[in-house]
Design a protein around this ligand. Structure first.
Ligand SMILES: Cc1cc2nc3c(=O)[nH]c(=O)nc-3n(C[C@H](O)[C@H](O)[C@H](O)COP(=O)(O)OP(=O)(O)OC[C@H]3O[C@@H](n4cnc5c(N)ncnc54)[C@H](O)[C@@H]3O)c2cc1C
Length: 87
């Protein structure tokens, strides 16, 4: 819902950097948790390249790094939330 709402705001031309950061941060962090849980459910097979889970887990990891790492997204979100208080 957060991703869809942010995409809708982008289409409307009203999306802020902080909103984009929240969508990217939340989606990529949840993806990481879900992919990690999938490996756990599959056990050792989850880390073998015969199945799809290892590839999903490995691909999921980069999402917290590229296009702005999770730490940088938190900076962007914090800056937007704090800006009105610093005026
Ligand atoms: C497979 C792959 C493909 C890529 N493709 C592209 C591409 O097509 N185009 C492109 O432009 N780039 C691309 N990149 C680069 C990617 O965008 C960078 O890796 C990413 O921006 C992180 O930068 P960095 O690797 O220099 O890490 P660094 O900036 O060195 O960060 C290292 C760690 O320190 C943290 N950190 C850094 N600064 C702060 C701070 N101020 N506060 C708190 N924590 C901080 C980071 O969050 C991270 O955890 C790609 C990377 C990979 C691995």
């Amino acid at each position: 819902m957060l991703t869809l709402h942010t995409a809708w705001k982008m289409d409307q031309g009203s999306m802020t950097d902080g909103e984009a950061g929240m969508a990217k941060l939340f989606a990529s962090e949840v993806l990481g948790k879900v992919a990690d849980e999938a490996v756990q459910i599959f056990g050792g097979m989850g880390l073998m390249d015969e199945g799809p889970v290892e590839r999903i887990w490995r691909n999921a990891r980069i999402e917290r790094i590229w296009e702005g790492t999770s730490e940088i997204q938190r900076h962007i979100i914090a800056r937007e939330l704090l800006r009105p208080l610093l005026r």
